[in-house]
Design a protein around this ligand. Sequence first.
Ligand code: GLU
Length: 483
Amino acid sequence: MTEPSDVRVRFAPSPTGYLHVGGARTALFNWLYARHHGGVFVLRIEDTDRERSSDAMTAAILDGLTWLGLDWDEGPLHQADGIERHRGDVLRLLDRGAAYRCFCTADELESRRAAAGAAGGDAFRYDRRCHAVPAAESRRRADAGEPFAVRFRVPDGATAWQDAVHGDIRFGNADIEDFIILRTDGTPIYNMAVVSDDVAMRITHVIRGDDHISNTPKQIMLYRALGAPVPVFAHVPMILGPDGRRLSKRHGATAVGEYRKQGILAGALFNFLALLGWSPGTDEEIFSRDALVRRFTIEAINRKSAIFDTQKLEWMNGRYLAAESAGRLAPALRAAFGDSPPYADEWWAELADLLKVRARTIAEMIELARPYVEDDLSYDDAAVAKHWKDPAAVASRLERLHGDFRALAEWTEPALEQALRQRAEAEGTGAGKLIHPLRVALTGAAASPGIFEVARLLGRERVLTRIERAVATLAAGTPRDGR
Ligand code: GLU
C-alpha cells in the first residue's frame, strides 16, 4: 500500500437482485484500486427505484461483500436519501440555463413521435419545443401549477473521454436528445442522481461495467454543466460464459451466495474474480490479497471480455482448500453429517486434514467423507473387480489380518503398518496384496488417503466390523459376480 492519496472510488449496486459475480468483480476492482493507492472505497446503494429495490437484497449484497472481505470505508449510503440534493442540482442547472422545463405531456410526445415515424424520419428525438419557451413564461406556468419535467440542453459538438480501459471514446452530441433529468413527479432520473452523488462524494475514478458506456457521455455533460471535475472513467468488459454469451443463469450459478453455498471459499473466489479481466503480468495464478493489492493497476485491465471458467474456479478452490486449516473446515464437515458420529472436534479436524487435499470444493470433501462417517458402505464395482479378484484368498487373508488388528496393543499408524507388513510376510505376498483389498473393505473404493491413517481414524471397532463385513461379502460371492 502506498501513502494515503485522494483516490476515492465507489461501488454502487442497485438492490434489485443478489450480488452477481459481475457486480462482485466490479466491487473488487474498485476495492483493489482504493487499497493500492491508500484511497477511500465508498459503498452506495442505488435504491431510487423503490418498486424494484428491497431491503432484503441490500442485506444480501452487504453480506456477499463482507464474506468476500471487501470492506468499505464510507457507507452504505443510500441514493434515495440524496433526493433533495439531486433536486438542488437540477435547480442549479435550470438557473444556469443548462436545463429547461418541458411542459409537453406524454400524449403530445406520443403523437409527435408517431407523426415523425409516419414521415419516415430517424428515431424520434425530443424536438426542443419547450426550449423555445421564454424563461419568464416558463416560470409563470410552473408557479401556476402546470406539471413539467426538466430536460438537459445537450450542447452541440461531441463528448469524448480517455477511458482508462478502452482509450479514446467519443459520442456525437447530435445523437443524444435533450434528456430528462427530473421527472414530472419531481424524482431525478438515474444519470442525474449518479452524477449528483459522485460529485458530492468527490469520486475520482468511476470503475464500472462497460454496459454503462452509453450513460457516460450524458454524465460527463452533467459534470461540466455543474462545473464539477470529471472523474476518470474505467469501463470493465463484461463477463461471458464459455459459449461467448453474456454470463447468465443459463451458464450455472451467477450469485456470489450460490458459490458460497457450494463450498467455494471466499479467498478462492476473491483470487479468481481478480484474474477475471485483469492481468497480473505473470503466469502465476495464486495470489494473496496483499499481493493483489500491491499489483493492481487499472492499466492492466483487459479490453476483451473475460470468460467465466467454472473448472478453473474449482481448481483454484482446491488449492485454497488444501491450504485451509483443518480446524476451520471441521465445523462444516461436522454440520453436514448432523454431528454424527458424535466425535470430538479433533476427529473431524483430522478427517478434514486427510480429505482437503483431495477435494476441490467443500461439497466434494463432504462426499469424500461419507465412507468415514456412515457405516453402510457400498463397494465400488471397479475396485472390487480389481482388488477382490480372488474372493476366497482375499477373504482368508483379511480374516487373519483381522486377528492381528484385534490383538494390537495400541491403535497407531506405525503399529497398524507393522502388523500388516508382518502379515504379508507370513502370507508370502507383497504388502499391496493386503493394502488394496483392505482399502476396498474400509472405504469401498480403490483410492483413499493413506490406509493406515484411514484405519486409525476409523478406530478399531469400526475397522474390525468393516473387515468382518468384507469377509462375509466375499464368502457370499463378491457383489460383482453376484454368486
Ligand atoms: N447502479 C448501477 C448498477 O448497478 C451502477 C451505476 C454506476 O456504477 O455508475 O449497474
